[in-house]
Design a protein around this ligand. Sequence first.
Ligand code: S3P
Length: 174
Amino acid sequence: MKFVLLGYMGSGKSTVAKALSNQLHLPCIDLDDYIVEKEQMTVNKIFQTHGEIYFRLQESKYLKEILEMDSELVISVGGGTPCYSNNMDLINQHSRSIYLKGNIPTICQRLKNEKDQRPLIADLNDQQLTEFVAKHLFERRNFYERAHEIINIDNKSLEDLLSEVSLSIKEYLK
Ligand code: S3P
């Protein structure tokens, strides 16, 4: 079985996926890291050099490649992955998907100090960031909410979140 963690930037997908993979002894792939390795370029650089449309095409191609691998996996995808092409259909066909759902203040608080590596928000000040996240989350919500399961991340420590996700996954590993 494959498990895909999805959600907005800053929702902790990669961190939770790595911790889960350690805890459950399942291999883990982070889609952004996979793209960076395959393209030999950071996500920022891909956006700058080739533009977002190219990034989205590659993202979709590599997502499919990972979802078709013949192994159990924990996969964390990018914040935009579920919202382009037929990615969300593919995710739901090939895996058990979990949306890590945060509200606007939670997401903004987490993103404030980690904007630099994220091309979509790198140049925004705090006020602009809040407006951007509010609008963007609204636009993306319908895609995220197609996940098989929704787990709320607000006011939860990594440990609490991890036990919650791990409990829900274990049911599917039996
Ligand atoms: C993006 C999120 C990023 C990365 C790219 C675009 C998005 O991944 O894929 O910068 O459109 O939300 P994270 O959610 O892991 O930051």
